[in-house]
Design a protein around this ligand. Structure first.
Ligand SMILES: Cc1cc2nc3c(=O)[nH]c(=O)nc-3n(C[C@H](O)[C@H](O)[C@H](O)COP(=O)(O)O)c2cc1C
Length: 197
């Protein structure tokens, strides 16, 4: 018989994990080795048909400011009335966190795994990265905002027709104590199955 080890630490992490707003994050973010661990966790998710229906775009160092300029330019195009303060916010989006990873959902032609399952797998990838980063002591957040859904930004990211952004995952160090938010009451979302009458 295999003896799978129990880990109360993992359970505690899952039951207390919390997203952290990027504007409260500080340096340092994950270093190269830590980021590799996070990315490996992101690539180790349930994946029907072994399609790897996701890929990751990394924003580190100067790439965050460069992409910020892309966001600023595009925002000015789609919202011509935007004032300089707003454009500054867009330019600074990725500068809030030391490391940002865009998780790209990539639909692969498959008879086995429908598109829906491949998208779910990309969501699992985002969540695994959050869990891994939290276990390493980092603050993190899964955000989309307007730039996950904009065609011009998709072109700047080099996305193909079969690709879309599942999320931008921000990683940094926490500067505030962890807060809590209300969670769904289990009794409201769980029920034993009963045969239809
Ligand atoms: C696909 C997806 C996209 C999200 N996008 C945003 C977003 O753009 N802005 C935001 O404030 N929260 C967004 N969230 C919510 C946060 O990631 C986070 O779940 C929320 O703040 C609650 O915190 P918790 O994870 O600690 O429960 C998104 C969540 C998901 C699953």
């Amino acid at each position: 018989m295999f003896n799978l080890s129990r880990s109360q630490e993992t359970i505690d992490l899952l039951l207390t994990r919390r997203s952290v707003k990027p504007f409260t994050m500080a340096a340092p973010g994950p270093d190269a080795g830590e980021l590799e661990t996070i990315l490996r966790a992101g690539a180790r998710v349930p994946d029907h048909g072994k399609l790897a229906p996701w890929r990751f775009i990394l924003f580190r160092d100067g790439a965050r400011a460069s992409f910020g300029e892309v966001l600023r330019k595009r925002f000015a195009e789609v919202e011509p009335g935007a004032n300089e303060d707003r454009l500054k916010i867009e330019a600074g989006r990725l500068m809030q966190a030391p490391v940002v990873v865009a998780v790209i959902s990539r639909i692969v032609p498959s008879k086995k795994a429908p598109e829906w399952e491949q998208i779910l797998s990309a969501g699992a990838s985002c969540q695994n990265m959050l869990v891994a980063a939290t276990a390493l002591g980092f603050a993190c957040s899964w955000l989309t905002e307007w730039y996950a859904y904009d065609a011009g930004i998709a072109r700047s990211l080099g996305l193909a027709e079969n690709e879309r952004v599942a999320g931008f995952i921000y990683f940094g160090s926490p500067t505030l104590p962890k807060d809590e938010r209300e969670r769904p009451v289990l009794a409201d979302i769980c029920a034993d199955w009963k045969p239809p009458v």
